[in-house]
Design a binder for this molecule. Sequence first.
Ligand SMILES: Nc1ncnc2c1ncn2[C@@H]1O[C@H](COP(=O)(O)OP(=O)(O)O)[C@@H](O)[C@H]1O
Ligand SMILES: [Mg+2]
Length: 254
Amino acid sequence: MTTDPPFAIAVEHLTVSYNARPALLDVSVNIETDRLIGIIGPNGAGKSTFIKAVLGFVKPDLGTVRIKGINVQNAKGQVAYVPQRGAVDWDFPITVKEVALMGRYQQIPWYASPKKKDWDIAEEALQMVRMEEFSNRQIGELSGGQQQRVFMARALAQGSDILLLDEPFAGVDAATERAILDVLERAKKSGKTLVVVHHDLSTAAEYFDKLLLIKQRLYAYGSPGEVIREDLLSQVYEGRLRIFSDVIKKEGNP
Ligand SMILES: Nc1ncnc2c1ncn2[C@@H]1O[C@H](COP(=O)(O)OP(=O)(O)O)[C@@H](O)[C@H]1O
Ligand SMILES: [Mg+2]
């Protein structure tokens, strides 16, 4: 008998509250492996909370999260995370290669020092994001987009198959956006599953294989054509939809 491989991320009836106010309500979704998935929805929709629940950082009121079939509480370290840039202290004195090496810390026992193999993996990860030339620079000296790529290297060095990124394109210039997208696409080709919070509807369909539209509840999960639809977006973005009408036309929905 053959069974289908488990989903990368399986979420069932997920409800997460802060101070008794639900940020996510009864969200169920199965995310396949080897895909580039975008999470869209307005500010405060629960996008970051979704990512934190999949990391096991927040405790659900109800529901389950499974990572490749295993309950998230027993799957720590299976998922790598690139936080929002604003969440990081960039003045901390640490070099680029040390940041990449931090991705290895879960694999290094507390009593041991990093081995050559760990440094090699960190260096490969920096090559993957094309930041190897900057190995010995202080992280605080880099541009925002370069810092973002170094944090992607840290996540890649962890060796997880699943990467979660919270708004990696926020506040970067167009050239950096291309560079980051290029890293995401190469990571996908190498077999990773990437789930990316994205706030720009005008590029969402172009960048991602599938989109997940949330505002407290899950409104849609599917191909860009299935999700970038006026009826869905008007429910989620309410009065702000007019600015997106061009996007919907561009996607040529039936
Ligand atoms: N640590 C927290 N404590 C209290 N409320 C929070 C906390 N984090 C998020 N929230 C609230 O939960 C809701 C969803 O937040 P968030 O997941 O950050 O949304 P998004 O990332 O889509 O902007 C918002 O109303 C936000 O104010
Ligand atoms: Mg957020």
